[in-house]
Design a protein around this ligand. Structure first.
Ligand SMILES: CC(=O)SCCNC(=O)CCNC(=O)[C@H](O)C(C)(C)COP(=O)(O)OP(=O)(O)OC[C@H]1O[C@@H](n2cnc3c(N)ncnc32)[C@H](O)[C@@H]1OP(=O)(O)O
Length: 433
């Protein structure tokens, strides 16, 4: 049990993130000066969630949702930093798995809900959390950790590199028409929003990890998502596409909101996945057919999404931004390097530097057949964060060499490395956590 101080009238309106967890002698896994770090369990994760929400300037979840908030935390994966009895920092992760170039899938911790109480920042609390979290995840045998960064300047120092980017778009519905020669396949239906819990996880699993960068969604991640959608003040709807044989093969979750004039609204795509490009295309056909929508926004779309090619007027799609999405931290470099495929060509030897997880440091020979440790001299030297950036194929080694992120013995090495790491399409995750 834990206690949280509340406003004098106890209405909850003024609740703060001053959270006291009872002193415990057990479960402490580390100490730095006045701070102790321990694994959080039971209702303590709900308090950690309140701390996280406060750090993002959001109010706590309603008391009636306590059980659901708790269900959104996998057991044994939340950490808390305590200053005396005060919870002042937290981090957690979901157990997931990542599809890598070539189609293999390896374990991945989806790291999330990192927060330090506003009056304790810049004193090393996150550094303490990261040190323990990385060691814990590597100790569990997880191959990757991944996160979405609130700010780009935070996580490189902990070995995370930008491995995937996404684009955001606005579609002007009034001029967005699907080219008439594009065949209509299957059909799309709205589903009962109160029943999506039993529909979407299985459908997402059936869609599968068909692209490098996609990740599995554990139950706790879905629970957290459903809670967010249920408690949103916006109107949220779900549509499912089935193919010509009647098999469900894609879904879209979207919200609509009025723009103030009364009759027109905008629509925002929250989650859209198709097992095939055709399923995704047909979901777009549905979205574009909804009446009284001025514009459609997508915050998280693959950078190579072909939507504009589908339309009679490609300028109906305005790209409003391109941002970093997956920050990848390779926890087990030998396993990660061996898991992905490489285009052919001559070998390169890379030297990886990883002071936080030194078992990763060393030289690796990579060629079209795979990758393994070697004692040969290095052609390229890079940090584990830079290897994370290269790994899914989003950026070429030559681009990172030119910007000073890695060093190469000569230009010909870079051409070889570019060829080896190149992938046919850029990575895309499509899951926020
Ligand atoms: C995956 C996610 O959950 S993303 C959400 C992350 N959470 C938030 O953004 C919520 C608001 N912010 C916070 O809670 C905190 O400021 C955190 C978690 C970002 C940082 O925690 P802190 O305890 O202040 O970090 P810590 O003191 O360990 O700093 C480590 C280093 O990172 C730097 N750093 C930390 N945060 C930032 C930042 N926002 N911008 C720039 N540098 C930063 C520090 O200056 C320090 O650098 P140094 O090693 O050269 O001295």
């Amino acid at each position: 049990m834990s206690t949280r101080s509340a406003s004098p009238d106890d209405s909850g309106a003024g609740e703060t993130e001053i959270i006291r967890l009872p002193a415990r002698r057990t479960g402490i896994i580390g100490r730095v000066s006045d701070y102790a770090i321990r694994t959080l369990d039971g209702d303590d994760v709900v308090e950690a969630n309140t701390l996280f929400r406060a750090a993002l300037h959001s109010r706590p979840s309603e008391a009636e949702h306590r059980a659901e908030v708790r269900a959104g935390y996998p057991a044994g994966r939340a950490l808390g930093v305590l200053d005396g009895d005060d919870l002042v920092g937290t981090a957690m992760s979901f157990p997931s798995a990542l599809a890598v170039p070539g189609g293999a899938v390896r374990s991945m911790a989806a790291v999330s809900r990192i927060a330090v109480r506003a009056d304790h920042t810049r004193r090393g609390v996150l550094t303490m959390l990261q040190k323990h979290q990385l060691a814990d995840l590597a100790g569990r045998g997880e191959v990757f950790a991944s996160l979405r960064a609130s700010e780009a300047s935070i996580y490189g120092r902990f070995g995370y590199g930008v491995a995937e980017r996404i684009r955001s778009i606005t579609v002007r519905s009034a001029i967005a028409r699907i080219r008439p020669t594009v065949p209509r396949v299957g059909h799309t239906r709205l589903v009962d929003q109160t029943r999506i819990d039993s529909l979407l996880p299985a459908l997402y699993e059936r869609i599968g990890l068909h692209r490098a960068g996609m990740i599995t969604r554990p139950d706790e991640l879905w629970r957290a998502r459903f809670l967010g959608w249920r408690t949103s003040s916006d109107l949220i709807r779900t549509a499912v596409h089935s193919d010509a044989d009647g098999t469900d093969d894609g879904f879209v979750v979207y919200r609509t909101a009025k723009d103030g004039s009364g009759f027109t609204s905008f629509l925002e795509v929250i989650d859209l996945h198709g097992a095939t490009p055709t399923a995704t295309r047909e979901l777009w056909r549905f979205l574009l057919s909804i009446d009284l929508i001025d514009s459609i926004k997508v915050m998280m779309q693959a950078v190579d999404d072909p939507l504009e090619w589908l339309l009679t007027d490609r300028r109906a799609v305005e790209v409003t931004g391109v941002e970093d999405a997956t920050w990848l931290r390779i926890l087990d470099v030998p396993t990660a390097l061996a898991a992905r495929t490489y285009a052919g060509g001559d070998a390169v030897v890379i030297e990886v530097e990883d002071p936080q997880l030194p078992a990763n440091s060393g030289r690796y020979r990579i060629d079209g057949e795979g990758a393994h440790r070697t004692e040969e001299p290095a052609d390229l030297v890079m940090s584990v964060a830079v290897l994370g950036a290269l790994y899914l194929g989003d950026v070429a080694p030559s681009a990172l060499a030119c910007s000073g992120w890695l060093t190469a013995t000569d230009e010909t090495v870079l051409a070889r490395a570019d060829r080896l790491f190149r992938t046919t399409i850029p990575p895309y995750c499509g899951t926020f956590f």
